[in-house]
Write a protein of this length. Structure first.
Length: 522
C-alpha cells in the first residue's frame, strides 16, 4: 500500500505540474519563433542593400510578411524612401499587415514624428489600406500638410477609419488648391456617407477641372438628398459627353426615374413633384436597374450620338482605344458562329478587332476627340494626343488600323526554327498589359504636364492574352496599380476580351474603374 509521501506514478502527476510543463513548451516555442523573426530581420538588414534588381529587392521585402515583431516597423522605415515605386509598394503591403498591438503603436508613433514626406506618404498609404485600427488622431494634423500628396493620403487614411464623426475635418479640403485633394475630400465624405458633402459638392459642380466635377456629381448621387435634384438637372444642361452621363446616373439614384439626357422631362418631373418629393427606396432603385438593363438591349443610338465599340456605348467625347497586337492575336476565334454575320475578312482575332474598330471610328460624332494605341511588347500611338473626329482624322485612323498586324505570332515560328529569329520578331510579340495601361493613364511619364489631369476620360481596352511582359505581369499587381493611379485620373475603363484567356482579370479591371466588360468569346 502506497504511503502519502511516496511519489505518484508520472501518469498521475499533479495538474499544476502538467500545466507548468505545457507553459515551458509554449515558452520555448515562442522563443523559437522570436528567434526566427530576429534572424529574418537580421538577414534583411544584411542583404537588402546588396540586391540591385527590382524583382529581388521586392521579393526581399515581401519575405518579411507575417513577422509579428514591432522591430519590423523600424526595419522598413528607410525602405519607404526608396526610389523604386515597386519596392515602396511592397513595404506598404508588408506594413499593412502589422496588426499586432505593439506594431500598431510603433506605426502611429513613427507617423507622428515623421518629418520626411516619403515616410509620411508611405505610412498614410498603410493606414489608408484599412487594416490598421486607429482613431484618426495621428493623421488629422497632416490634413494641413504643405505637400498636396500628403494631404490627399491623409484624407484617405481618415476615411479608412470609417468614423463619420471625423468628416468635418475633410470639408475644408473640398476647396483645396489642388485638384487631387478636392476630389479626394469629396470622394471621402461620400464614402463616409456624410451629409456635409452636399454644400461643397454643390459649389464644385462648376469647377474648372472635369475630375472635380465628376467627384461632385458622384457625391451628390451617393449621399442622396432631395435638394440635390435641381442642382444636377441644372448641371446636366451645362455638361456634355461623359459627365452628362454621370449627371444622369446621379439623378437616377435620386429619383428612380429614367429620362436619360432629355432635360425637358427632368425639368417637368421636378416642377410636378418638387413640393412633395421623397427619395426612392432601395427596392425602387433595384427595379430601375432591372428596367435599364432590359432597355439597353433594345436601344440603338443614332449615328454620332454615342461611341459604340463591341456593344459598349459611351457618350464620352474624349476617347482612347487600346488594342492588343501580340502574337496570339493572329489565331482564329474558336466560336466562329458568333462572328459569322460580321462580314470580316477572316476569323482571325486581329481581323475582327480591326474591322470593328474601323466601323467605330467611322461612326464617331464630330464633337468627339480620340486616339488609338496598339501594344505587344512595345506600345505605339497613332497620334501624340487626342484629335478631333473629322473626315481627315477618320481616314488616317482607319488606314493606320488597317496596317496593324499581330507581332511574332505562331506563323513566325518557321522563321525562328531556321535561325531567322530577328525576322520572326518573337521577342516583340509578348503582351505588355501594364505598359499599355500605364501609357493610357499617363502613369508612364509620357504626359508633359500635370500627368493625372488627362484629356481622355474614357478608355476602351481590348486584349486576348495573359500579361507576359512589362514592369508588372502579375494580375493582382496590375489591378492594384491601375486602380490606385485611377483614383486621381477618374477615367472610365471599359474592357473587351477575345480568345481563350481566362477573362476574370479584364472583368475586374472594368469593375474597379467604373467600366463595362464584354466577352467576345473564344
Amino acid at each position: 500500500m502506497q504511503t502519502l509521501s511516496a511519489p505518484l506514478p508520472r501518469r498521475h502527476a499533479p495538474w499544476h505540474r502538467a500545466l507548468g510543463s505545457l507553459l515551458v513548451l509554449l515558452l520555448l516555442a515562442t522563443l523559437g519563433l522570436a528567434s526566427a523573426d530576429d534572424e529574418i530581420l537580421k538577414d534583411f538588414k544584411k542583404y537588402f542593400r546588396k540586391y540591385k534588381d527590382s524583382a529581388s529587392r521586392v521579393e526581399a521585402v515581401l519575405a518579411l510578411e507575417g513577422v509579428p515583431d514591432a522591430a519590423l516597423v523600424d526595419v522598413l522605415e528607410p525602405v519607404l524612401k526608396d526610389k523604386d515605386p515597386a519596392v515602396v509598394a511592397a513595404a506598404v503591403r508588408v506594413l499593412s499587415g502589422c496588426t499586432e498591438p505593439a506594431q500598431v503603436t510603433a506605426l502611429l508613433e513613427l507617423l507622428e514624428g515623421a518629418k520626411k514626406e516619403e515616410i509620411q506618404l508611405g505610412l498614410l498609404r498603410v493606414l489608408a489600406a484599412g487594416s490598421i485600427p486607429h482613431d484618426g488622431t495621428a493623421v488629422t494634423e497632416l490634413l494641413e500638410a504643405k505637400s498636396w500628396q500628403v494631404r490627399r493620403r491623409a484624407v484617405q487614411a481618415v476615411v479608412a477609419t470609417a468614423r463619420p464623426e471625423l468628416a468635418e475635418g475633410l470639408v475644408p479640403l473640398c476647396m483645396d488648391r489642388e485638384v487631387a485633394v478636392r476630389c479626394a475630400a469629396l470622394d471621402g465624405l461620400a464614402e463616409l456617407g456624410s451629409d456635409l458633402v452636399r454644400g461643397p459638392a454643390g459649389q464644385l459642380l462648376a469647377d474648372e477641372a472635369w475630375q472635380v466635377r465628376a467627384s461632385a456629381i458622384a457625391a451628390l448621387g451617393r449621399v442622396r438628398h432631395r435638394d440635390s435634384v435641381p442642382l444636377l438637372i441644372a448641371r446636366l444642361k451645362a455638361e456634355e459627353g461623359r459627365l452628362a452621363d454621370d449627371c444622369v446616373a446621379a439623378l437616377e439614384r435620386l429619383t428612380a426615374r429614367e429620362f436619360g439626357l432629355r432635360i425637358e422631362l427632368w425639368e417637368k418631373f421636378w416642377s410636378t413633384f418638387a413640393d412633395r418629393y421623397q427619395i426612392p427606396t432601395d427596392a425602387q432603385l433595384a427595379e430601375l436597374a432591372k428596367r435599364k438593363a432590359e432597355n439597353a438591349a433594345l436601344y440603338k443610338p443614332q449615328p454620332g450620338e454615342a461611341t459604340t465599340y463591341h456593344g459598349i456605348q459611351s457618350k464620352s467625347r474624349k476617347v482612347l482605344f487600346v488594342i492588343d497586337v501580340s502574337g496570339s492575336m493572329e489565331s482564329d476565334v474558336v466560336e466562329k458562329d458568333r462572328f459569322a454575320d460580321g462580314d470580316y475578312p477572316s476569323y482571325s482575332r486581329m481581323d475582327i478587332v480591326k474591322t470593328e474598330l474601323a466601323r467605330t471610328v467611322e461612326g464617331l460624332g464630330e464633337e468627339t476627340w480620340f486616339n488609338i494605341l496598339s501594344f505587344a511588347t512595345d506600345v505605339k500611338a497613332w497620334k501624340k494626343s487626342l484629335v478631333k473626329a473629322n473626315v481627315l482624322s477618320k481616314s488616317s485612323a482607319k488606314d493606320w488600323t488597317g496596317r496593324l498586324e499581330p507581332i511574332g505570332g505562331a506563323s513566325k515560328q518557321d522563321l525562328a526554327a531556321v535561325g531567322l529569329v530577328g525576322a520572326a520578331n518573337l521577342d516583340k510579340g509578348r503582351t505588355n498589359t501594364w505598359g499599355a495601361l500605364s501609357r493610357a493613364l499617363g502613369i508612364d511619364g509620357s504626359a508633359k504636364k500635370d500627368p493625372y489631369l488627362l484629356e481622355v476620360d474614357t478608355v476602351f481596352f481590348l486584349s486576348d492574352g495573359r500579361p507576359t511582359h512589362g514592369e508588372f505581369v502579375d494580375i493582382e499587381d496590375i489591378l492594384k496599380g491601375v486602380k490606385e493611379a485611377n483614383e486621381l485620373r477618374k477615367v472610365v475603363l471599359h474592357t473587351i476580351g477575345i480568345g481563350e484567356f481566362q477573362k476574370t482579370f479584364l472583368k475586374r479591371l472594368a469593375e474597379d474603374n467604373g467600366g463595362v466588360f464584354v466577352d467576345l468569346g473564344r
